[in-house]
Design a protein around this ligand. Structure first.
Ligand code: GLV
Length: 322
């Protein structure tokens, strides 16, 4: 007999979809695309567990629609800014995320963005495709030599930040980082811990690896951008809301920043048209963790968390509730 009802808001990877029936639960599974709000609230009714993604807003209305038997919501993402944790706590619902399994894939993609923006790879591709006559030239499409000791500033030296730092060190970059729980002046794995002001003022490339929370919203605002080294670059593979996009566009337009590579956006999935017009940005549709094995591992971890909680065991990767 099925032990309950599992609501899966969006189709997971094929591998993990094939594993779902073994849970022995009644299943309601959405489409590849996110469900409409109405559809989701209707489909989650009566569920004991839900697997959701970062595109679903999990709030009081979601918990109301599900009903009091809901025990666990597993987010198939490491970030959980889409979930009202206080509301989950009030109702005794366990929330889980997917830390650890996507660090390397996300760091790979961040580094791809770093190379793409500093060496103008996407701009050069657009130029090569344009049909404009060209010939090799000493000043054509010149970018930043990252391997000549350029400095990478990592804001947030957690698992993903450290994985990006390792890649940068292998490329010969000097790596500095700021992190609220690490003491300024110390070193961690060859990374010098500095305060954020120093990081912004001295980095050739700044990369963001902090979660989106009230205290990190617009962490990179007009003042922070103004304090960045002239001609430097910004990478954001974390969450769009960490950067004041209007201020970023102004900093790019003025030439104060040489470029930005963004995998996440303030109005996601809408991308500000002003960003699309700039040659000095690389735009990616939030694909940081989009490695095949990584996506299987994220979905599988979410499903494991559901199975454990429904079996009365502690979740493998619970999100601490406030
Ligand atoms: C992706 O952005 C995630 O949070 O896993």
């Amino acid at each position: 007999m099925p032990a309950g009802h599992l609501y899966v808001a969006r189709r997971l990877t094929d591998t993990v979809m094939a594993e779902l029936p073994a849970l022995g639960l009644d299943l309601t599974v959405g489409e590849v695309a996110p469900p409409s709000r109405e559809r989701m609230l209707a489909d989650v009714a009566g569920a004991a567990a839900a697997v959701v993604t970062l595109t679903e807003r999990i709030d009081a209305a979601f918990f109301d629609a599900a009903g009091p038997q809901l025990r666990v919501v597993a987010n198939a993402a490491v970030g959980f800014d889409n979930i009202d944790l206080a509301e989950a706590k009030r109702r005794g619902v366990v929330i889980t995320n997917t830390p650890g399994v996507l660090d390397e894939a996300t760091a790979d993609h961040t580094f791809a963005m770093l190379l793409a923006i500093t060496r103008r790879v996407v701009e050069a591709d657009r130029f090569a495709r344009s049909g404009e006559p060209w010939i090799w030239g000493p000043t054509m499409l010149v970018g930043l030599d990252i391997s000549a000791g350029a400095t990478l500033g990592v804001i947030g030296l957690g698992r993903i930040g450290r994985a990006v730092a390792r890649r940068a060190q292998a490329f010969g970059m000097r790596v500095i980082a700021s992190h609220p729980r690490l003491e300024v002046g110390t070193r961690l794995d060859g990374v010098e811990i500095v305060d954020q002001a120093e990081l912004l003022a001295t980095s050739d490339v700044v990369t963001l690896h902090v979660p989106l929370r009230p205290d990190t919203r617009h962490l990179i605002d007009a003042d922070a951008l103004a304090s960045m080294k002239p001609g430097s670059y910004l990478l954001n593979a974390a969450r769009g809301g960490i950067v004041d996009e209007t201020a970023l566009i102004a900093a790019l337009r003025s030439g104060h920043l040489a470029g930005a590579a963004l995998d996440t956006f303030e109005g996601e999935p809408v991308i500000n048209p002003a960003l699309r017009e700039l040659d000095t940005v690389v735009l990616q549709p939030h694909i940081g963790s989009a490695g095949g094995t990584t996506r299987d591992n994220m979905c599988r971890l979410a499903v494991r968390n559901v199975a454990r909680v429904l079996a009365g065991e502690p979740a493998e990767t619970p999100v601490p509730l406030p």
